[in-house]
Design a protein around this ligand. Structure first.
Ligand SMILES: [Zn+2]
Ligand SMILES: [Zn+2]
Length: 553
């Protein structure tokens, strides 16, 4: 199969094999645009790793074609990787006002300047390279989320971003269904659609229904102090909680750094409304009676859970659980850390708190019924289910097929696949290989795999440090060899084996002296014999470090 130069290419650099790290390119002969640029969630088995980002080598290699980055919304899995890649790419970034506000906050935090950003209102259309891109209003768990209609010479591609169809949202309006239907009439060539909830039947709950539930909750617990845990970016929810606070004469204290970021961004552009004096400083909560205060704690991904875990274990200076406190988990999903989470719940209840869950299944993503409606309105020729692991995308494929889209027109693709799209055809033709790029949680920088390997070894097998002074002139040792270990049991560390290790290392040193070897070969050599010895005797592979000090005698 030859390459078709006139077709439009769609290449996902992330977002298709696992959740997170969303990034997809759309490419024509001389132009590339990027849709979203997110991080993924931290892998469990990699110590110190905060997140991973897409491999953008292909973009660097084609930098002259790259015209801009277009964002669907402000969640981390869509904008989080920007600070790490923008230095190499330096192209303008387009998104809705809240999304751009969040990106700019991020750049400020990383000290990045000189990147052109442009806030686009929902409903508007921009031109980037030879693409026209229309921002269509949609609903999701953060305000200002957009679907994109991308006009290419082969036809219209709709990228849904993350979406659901909420008939009664709290902030903003319902998805622009009229626009979707108009596009369907015009003719949509291909849709890339959010598959996150394809496995869930029916339609997702509206924020208005959630509101009614919350109201009941406030009513039942009118006497108690309320601690509410939710996601920072879910401004609909935050707005509702503050409004209900006002209704029930309660002040609200906000906790959580991400919370405050998204909150102030949303407030700055006028998406939140409540009276100024409803908010109080978290340091002042003790000044209020139980029925006068709400402690609202939030964060991204795992953060809200960590935060409440800190409170449960008494590690939060501002909030101590007392008898009859009510802790509400509002739409918090627990992924992968159920054991710790249960510990938190037990501890809260032991201290006398009442724990309640609201709507663990509330979601920002379209369920099966909404996907069906989307495909019906858009009537696309081709469908590429996106944003989800294989099983979710496969289910989205089934849904698209159920409304009559031929199954051969629905593509299940992988990260790195090159999809060639023309008005007649949509097929995978080629693949670019992608590397895992990990970001260190502390330094907030890219980390290479060798360092990762060392960290794994450190966590699994510990470290051994060999310290010795050597006579600069003769190379003979001028002090005792000191062996320090970390990550070994005390018994192991003091055992005869360590004494033997000493002998083995000193032996090696002597042989270097007799051969006249002096430079870094000495430290490498003694590390190697030490590693071999420990592997044999302990069946461990610690990191061995030699600290050799040269002295003049
Ligand atoms: Zn999202
Ligand atoms: Zn997402």
């Amino acid at each position: 199969m030859g390459e078709n130069k006139d077709c439009v290419k769609i290449i996902p650099l992330g977002g298709f094999d696992k959740i997170g790290m969303n990034m997809t390119l759309i490419e024509t002969k001389d132009n590339i645009i990027v849709i979203d640029c997110g991080t993924s969630f931290p892998p469990n088995n990699m110590p110190g790793i905060a997140t991973s980002i897409p491999d953008v080598t292909y973009l660097k290699d084609n930098i002259n074609k790259l015209k801009g980055i277009v964002l669907t919304h402000g969640h981390e899995d869509h904008i989080g990787a920007l600070p790490y890649i923008i230095g190499d790419l330096k192209v303008p970034i387009y998104g809705t006002p809240l999304t751009i506000e969040l990106v700019e906050d991020k750049f400020r935090e990383f000290g990045i300047t000189g990147v052109k950003t442009k806030a686009i209102k929902l409903g508007n259309t921009i031109v980037v390279g030879d693409f026209k891109i229309e921002f269509i209003r949609t609903n999701h768990s953060i305000p200002d989320s957009a679907m994109l209609a991308i006009y290419t010479h082969e036809g219209i591609i709709v990228h849904t971003g993350d979406f659901k169809i909420d008939m009664a949202p709290i902030i903003g309006d319902t998805v622009d269904l009229a626009r979707l239907s108009a596009l369907g009439t015009k003719g949509v060539l291909a849709v890339l659609s959010d598959s996150t909830n394809a496995m869930r039947k029916g339609i997702s709950k509206s924020e208005q229904e959630v509101h009614d539930q919350l109201d009941t909750f406030f009513h039942i617990y009118k006497e108690n102090r309320l601690i509410i845990v939710t996601f920072a970016s879910n401004m609909d929810r935050v707005q509702q909680i503050i409004k209900l606070g006002e209704k029930y004469d309660r002040k609200v204290a906000l906790e959580g750094s991400t919370m405050l970021e998204v909150f102030s961004a949303a407030r700055k552009i006028g998406y939140l409304n409540f009276s100024e004096d409803t908010l109080v400083d978290v340091r002042d909560i003790d000044k209020y009676d139980d029925d006068q205060i709400i402690f609202l704690t939030t964060g991204n991904h795992g953060e809200p859970v960590q935060c409440i875990a800190g409170i449960a274990s008494g590690n939060n200076d501002r909030m101590r659980i007392k008898k009859n406190d009510v802790v509400l988990f509002s739409s918090i999903a627990i992924h992968g850390n159920e054991v710790d989470f249960n510990k938190t719940l037990n501890s809260l209840e032991e201290q006398g708190a009442v724990v309640e869950f609201q709507d663990i299944h509330a979601t920002g993503h379209a369920c099966a019924g909404e996907l069906k409606l989307l495909y019906t309105l858009l009537k696309p020729k081709f469908v590429i289910p996106a944003h989800g692991e294989y099983r979710y995308r496969r289910e989205a494929k089934r849904i698209a097929a159920s409304i009559g889209i031929p199954s051969e027109n629905i593509l299940l693709i992988q990260n790195g696949d090159i999809v060639e799209l023309s008005s007649e055809e949509c097929k995978v033709n080629g693949h670019i290989s992608l590397n895992d790029i990990l970001i260190d949680g502390f330094e907030k920088k890219e980390i290479n795999l060798k360092v990762m390997e060392e960290r794994k070894r450190l966590s699994q097998s510990g470290v051994i440090i060999l310290e010795i002074c050597i006579d600069k002139k003769t190379g003979r040792y001028a002090s005792d060899l000191r062996i320090t270990s970390r990550g070994f049991s005390e018994q192991q560390a003091n055992s005869e084996k360590i004494q033997k290790l000493k002998a083995v290392v000193l032996n090696k040193l002597s042989s270097f002296v007799s051969q006249g070897v002096k430079d870094e070969r000495v430290s490498k050599g003694i590390c190697r014999v030490a590693e071999d010895y420990i592997r044999q005797k302990y069946n461990k592979e610690p990191i061995v470090v030699a600290l050799i000090t040269e002295v003049m005698l």
